[in-house]
Design a protein around this ligand. Structure first.
Ligand code: 3H9
Length: 705
């Protein structure tokens, strides 16, 4: 049996799409749907048709593998659903689409070609194409406004956010929410509709929800403003507004041709290449060679030691995912303060309308607190989130070792310390793993899963499963200083400081970075994280070897007590708490320190700033890859996309380098090496790939095979 099959139930042909894991519409699946609809239309035993998805979902979209091929110029997998959708819509028997799980992209477009739609209560429906740098390309921009109106269609297509079944019912996208058996409900609706006289109504002929010409410009303006505000650097959200405008101004057949033109323009763009790459890169991180095939046991209970910012954030992440948490600290006061912060954060979510008071209560009920030496015997995972000090951590791990049940995962949230040294305090180093959450841990998606020398594959698998359960992206990394994220971030931060010493201002550097698409500039990030964090690291370990250039300003700012936002001043000053303002005092200080250090000041171009910052990341990334601290170049990219505010439409630092061309990157790094000395020594891997005319992407692909 192929991916699409039919069974007749109560005189209704039930067509089932079965293409695990998410029933994506590959060309074979589309051909299968076409054949089954044609058969059902001709089958005298069927008065109506129902279409459903097998397994956990309806159809989650066109096959993104085919779209990836298109983005890179291979049109062999380019989906074309027009003939099939026309066949469905022209079918004289009513076609009811029955959706559960997700109906996304091409999946929702397929559903809209049917005459009626029903959904289970937990279904999510949407056109998320803009998140892949494209627009709906199977008539979604033409049918959606005809079903829900231009304003709602704009909101859905520009934001890319799926809507709930309730919302879909309210908007007119579905006829009915089925609370019981979805197929039975859809079959009974289909039989009812088959009794109606005349052919079923075709959505493409509807105009009742389309606005009068005079109202359209204002609606489109709102759509464009939403695109500019929420997806500032992205092209597809702007383009999708034009496609929806075509729905409201042209007959369906001309509108769909316009949509197709715009779809192809987007599908071949740099942004689509990067965003589709990022989609698959994020899903590749979990594919770690050598892990056991069987899924790890589920986690129901977590104990966290350390009720500070990190411990509290991790506790919230666990509680949000339905896991029971015991949050402990040495003193009652610390525990109380931690819980108060958690409660305040949840209350803020209620104020913002993200959670209901009931939801907050349920989550808070999952968090228990305890001061002193709490028992860990119930915990499936224990997480140490204490002060960044080896002796403190080893002491906690000794308690973990003595007090946890066999099979418990012993995790540390260290961001700088050696996992092997921590593991050496236990009798079971195979169970020890780093879970490096990023602050705020209840919000940030990245978790670096740090594998020590003895960490068992089953422990890594359990950590990956836990990250997924928490809704996070777990990336397995090696046990080296700064792991991957901070290892790249520190030289990037110091390069920014060197640029400031040579004549750029912190504002100029940060503007270049945010214009490039970074969520924040690096000076603003440093101020937010606290300048004392890197200061402490510097005291343990100078950023560059003796004899190399050292940053001249950051230590002085710390000595002045300028730790960033929390002290109202750092690289910037913060007159009203959070808004960064340029500070002449800092500029004078930078000037003075540069003069004393014999650094010639000059005007620095934006292009030089961008080159030096991005290529620092790339060169260090190549080293990390070569040392095996990162498994793949795409893992480094995912770390930067999910933990460091790197713009997804550029794919990540390594993908950025690939697109620029590694020969050019290597040439420029060599130039900077000649100008600035040892810290710019080209990484051997970069040198080799440039020489071979290869890319990081090709290297990843070769290693995967
Ligand atoms: C589109 O439809 C364009 C149209 O307008 C037509 C134009 C002509 N294709 O995320 P998960 C794989 S654009 C191929 O871990 P979850 C995924 O790679 C598309 N593969 O699961 C992974 O594979 P693996 C519009 C897909 O439960 C596996 O499924 N649709 C696709 O956390 C599980 O994925 C979207 O943008 C696909 N469409 O989340 C939806 N989708 O196991 C994209 C998933 O080998 N998908 N895979 O690593 C999603 O948002 C999530 O996957 C979903 C499930 C919410 C569905």
């Amino acid at each position: 049996m192929g991916a699409v099959s039919t069974e007749v139930l109560d005189e209704v042909a039930v067509i089932r799409i079965d293409n695990p894991p998410v029933n994506a519409l590959s060309n074979d699946v589309i051909a299968g749907i076409h054949a089954e609809v044609a058969r059902a239309a001709a089958n005298p035993a069927a008065r109506a048709i129902v279409m459903v998805g097998a397994g956990r979902t309806f159809v989650a979209g066109a096959d993104i593998k085919g779209l990836e091929g298109m983005a890179w110029g291979d049109m062999s997998g380019a989906p074309d659903m027009h003939d099939t959708f026309e066949l469905i819509e022209d079918c004289p028997k009513p076609v009811v689409m029955a959706m559960h799980g997700t109906a996304l992209g091409g999946g929702l477009e397929l559903a809209m070609a049917g005459h009626y739609r029903v959904a289970s209560r937990d279904a999510r429906l949407g056109q998320p194409e803009v998140n892949l740098g494209i627009i709906p390309g199977a008539e979604g921009t033409q049918r959606l406004p005809r079903l829900v109106g231009v304003e709602k269609a704009l909101e859905m297509c520009v934001s890319g956010r799926p809507i709930s079944a309730d919302d879909a019912l309210h908007a007119g996208l579905i006829e009915w929410i089925v609370d019981g058996d979805l197929v039975a409900g859809a079959v009974s609706l289909a039989r009812e509709k088959a009794d109606l006289p005349g052919p079923p109504r075709r959505t493409r002929e509807r105009t009742d929800k389309l606005p009068p010409p005079s109202a359209l410009p204002a609606m489109l303006e709102v759509g464009r403003a939403l695109a500019a505000k929420t997806k500032k650097h992205l092209e597809a959200p702007r383009v999708v507004v034009d496609a929806i405008a075509a729905a409201a101004t042209l007959p369906f057949d001309q509108g769909r041709v316009r949509e197709r033109e715009l779809f192809f323009e987007c599908a071949r763009s740099e942004q689509a290449k990067a965003l589709i790459y990022a989609f698959f890169a994020e899903r590749t991180v979990a594919k770690v060679p050598g892990l056991p095939a069987e899924p790890p046991p589920p986690v129901t209970s977590v104990a966290i030691v350390g009720a500070g910012t990190m411990g509290g954030g991790i506790a919230m992440a666990c509680a949000n995912a339905g896991i029971t948490v015991t949050l402990t600290d040495t003193e009652q006061g610390f525990v109380d303060r931690g819980l108060a912060t958690i409660t305040r954060n949840y209350e803020a979510s209620v104020t913002r309308g993200r959670l209901t008071p009931d939801e907050v209560r349920t989550r808070l009920d999952r968090i228990r607190t305890q001061a002193g030496a709490a028992p860990f015997d119930n915990a499936d995972v224990v997480i140490e989130a204490a002060f960044e000090n080896m002796a403190v951590k080893q002491e906690i791990f000794r308690r973990f070792d003595a007090g946890t049940k066999p099979g418990c995962i012993l995790a540390t949230n260290t961001s700088t310390l050696d996992i092997d040294a921590i593991a050496s305090a236990t009798s079971r180093p195979g169970a020890v793993v780093g879970l490096h959450f990023f602050s705020p841990a209840n919000v940030m998606r990245l978790v670096e899963i740090v594998r020590g020398r003895d960490t068992a594959p089953a422990t890594v698998a359990a950590a990956l499963a836990l990250a997924k359960r928490l809704g996070k992206v777990g990336v397995v990394v090696g046990n080296g200083f700064g792991f991957v994220g901070n290892r790249l971030m520190l030289p990037y931060m110091y390069e920014a400081q060197f640029l400031a010493e040579e004549g750029a201002t912190p504002q100029q550097v940060d503007r270049v970075l945010t214009d490039f698409g970074m969520a924040m500039g690096i000076f603003a990030v440093d101020d937010m994280a606290g300048l004392d964090v890197a200061w402490r690291v510097r005291q343990e370990r100078p950023p560059f070897a003796a004899g190399m250039r050292q940053p001249l300003v950051a230590d002085v700012l710390c000595e002045m007590g300028r730790f960033g936002q929390k002290t109202g001043a750092g690289w910037y000053r913060y007159a009203d708490g959070r808004k960064a303002e340029a500070d002449p005092e800092v500029e004078n200080l930078i000037n003075r320190r540069a003069r004393e250090g014999g650094i010639a000041r000059r005007a620095i171009s934006d292009a030089e700033i961008l080159d030096r910052l991005m290529l620092t990341l790339v060169n260090e990334g190549a080293r990390v890859l070569e040392e095996g601290i990162a498994l793949r170049a795409s893992d480094i990219d995912v770390i930067y996309l999910t933990g460091y505010g790197f713009p997804a439409f550029r794919g990540g630092p390594m993908f950025y380098a690939d697109r620029r061309g590694l020969a050019d990157v290597h040439r420029r790094v060599s130039e900077l090496h000649a100008q600035h000395g040892a810290r710019w020594q080209p990484a051997p891997l970069l040198e080799r790939l440039a020489r071979e005319g290869s890319t990081f992407r090709q290297l990843d692909a070769a290693r995967a095979n």
